[in-house]
Unconditional design. Structure first.
Length: 273
């Protein structure tokens, strides 16, 4: 008799995630279809994790990122995702493509000496590219942008600019009110003081439902450390509009890049399509 062991016999996906976060892996494992496994490399670096060179000819990867890419290169992965919303939006237009190029050069190097027909290099993407692809697929041009309470003003502004620069200008935005316990804590101190592990999705649902403007043709929830996939289905039913989240979009995009189109129930129309 055998038992389910989460072996990625259909696809193995590598995630670069924030070093002290638990939400990305939890949400990916909740949503991933059978036969798909998730493997995380943790990054401790300032945002963005890859810095533009002075002449903007390319980016230089943080040490953790380069080390993780070398490890991923030996794991016969089908896809690798830079799962950090803040890096994409702060990096700005063109940053995602430059970072994909830099990571692909390392991830693909691990195939030397292998049968490259049997083991092709993993396809590399970023959370920015994933959410943009998801917005296009869902036909969302005027999203209501929702971000976690630990996004400071400059990151919030960068996110609004990023999506506008890519043809999806938000018609409104919401930074979650974290509640009485956390309200007087500066955004940059919320995660270090433990809010990331005390997130509740019911207040998030209520605030989105109340604040979403009629002009929005969908909702985009940014931040891979922002717990939210448990309310996507309900929000879509109650708002009558598509709801896309950072982790949901990255999983959907990585599955498509891996040739997997299995419909997934319970986490929004995107994963059922």
């Amino acid at each position: 008799m055998t038992h389910h062991d989460n072996w990625g016999w259909r696809a193995r996906i590598g995630l670069f995630i924030v070093g002290n976060e638990a939400v990305p892996e939890a949400e990916w494992w909740a949503m991933a279809p059978p036969g798909v496994s998730v493997h995380a490399a943790r990054v401790t670096a300032s945002t963005p994790w890859a810095k533009w060179r002075a002449d903007r000819s390319g980016v230089d990867l943080a040490d953790d990122l380069a080390r993780g890419a070398r490890q991923f290169s030996a794991m016969r992965l089908q896809a690798v995702v830079f799962a950090h919303t803040s890096s994409s939006v702060v990096g700005g237009k063109g940053w995602d493509e430059a970072t994909v190029d830099a990571l692909s050069a390392i991830v693909g190097a691990g195939l030397a000496g292998e049968d490259t027909q049997a083991h092709r290099a993993a396809k590399v993407t970023t959370n920015g590219l994933d959410t943009l692809a998801a917005l296009r697929h869902a036909g969302v041009r005027r999203p209501f942008l929702v971000v976690p309470p630990w996004f400071p003003d400059d990151t919030m502004a960068a996110a609004l600019r990023y999506y506008a620069d890519h043809g999806h200008a938000p018609v409104g935005h919401l930074r979650l009110d974290p509640g009485r316990k956390w309200r007087d804590v500066p955004p940059q101190d919320l995660y270090p003081q433990g809010m990331g592990f005390e997130q509740e999705i019911e207040p998030l649902y209520a605030q989105i439902l109340k604040a979403c403007p009629a002009a929005a043709d969908g909702v985009l929830i940014g931040g891979t450390g922002f717990r939210c996939v448990g309310i996507i289905d309900t929000l879509e039913k109650d708002l009558g509009r598509p709801v896309i989240s950072a982790n949901q979009a990255s999983l959907w995009h990585c599955l498509r890049m891996s040739g997997i189109s299995t419909p997934i129930e319970g986490y929004g129309a995107l994963l059922r399509s």
